[in-house]
Write a protein that binds this ligand. Structure first.
Ligand code: S3P
Length: 186
């Protein structure tokens, strides 16, 4: 009898709105898979030598998106990574194809109530520095839903889940994804 062929788990990229828990899920998933963890925001900050909010203030959102694109392209060459992305990465149209070519793209979703609860206490996000941040969040999420949907291979609704349950769900989906994308046996 031929032994079962192992499933090679490639890179996993987490997308989704601010507050969807991408960074913490990516960290845990990376350690579960034995992959390396990366974060596009963190890479942008390292390369720019400025915080995200400083880049928005001094250079504007378009410059941030350019830096974010460069960070993504830098990460594209790396294998066996779990990558957390900034919530607006799908706003740059070319990123959608890039993301999908890098591995399994997982969209972490959550209801507006849950997202708001998570971001309301952390007002460092430049796009929420407005008079009505809750409305801004709602608008941004609605605008980006079709973009996340176009970029994602799979999605998980994290609304009622604990952090551990999110990682377990993502892990199951990712294994199925790479299992299904194996070339047929010779
Ligand atoms: C942004 C989300 C942020 C960060 C920047 C812009 C966005 O990342 O990239 O503030 O446009 O939604 P998080 O999704 O990790 O908050």
């Amino acid at each position: 009898m031929t032994p079962p062929r192992p499933v090679v788990i490639g890179s996993v990229i987490l997308i989704g709105p601010m507050g969807s828990g991408k960074s913490s899920a990516a960290r845990s998933l990376a350690s579960l898979l034995g992959h390396r963890f990366s974060d596009t925001d963190r890479l942008v900050v390292q390369r720019a030598g400025q915080r995200v909010s400083e880049i928005f203030d001094r250079e504007g959102e378009a410059a941030f998106r350019q830096r974010e694109r460069e960070a993504l392209l830098e990460l594209k060459g790396w294998s066996r990574h779990v990558i957390a992305t900034g919530g607006g990465i799908v706003e740059t149209p070319e990123n959608v194809e890039t993301l999908r070519s890098m591995g399994c793209v997982v969209w972490l979703r959550a209801s507006l109530e849950v997202l708001w609860r998570r971001v309301a206490t952390d007002m460092n996000r430049p796009l929420l520095q407005v008079l009505d941040p809750r409305a801004a969040l709602a608008q941004t999420v609605a605008k980006r839903e079709p973009l996340y949907s176009a970029a994602a291979h799979v999605s998980v609704d994290t609304s009622g889940l604990t952090a551990q349950q999110v990682v377990t769900s993502v892990h199951e989906l990712v294994v199925s994804f790479f299992l299904a994308s194996r070339p047929p046996a010779a």
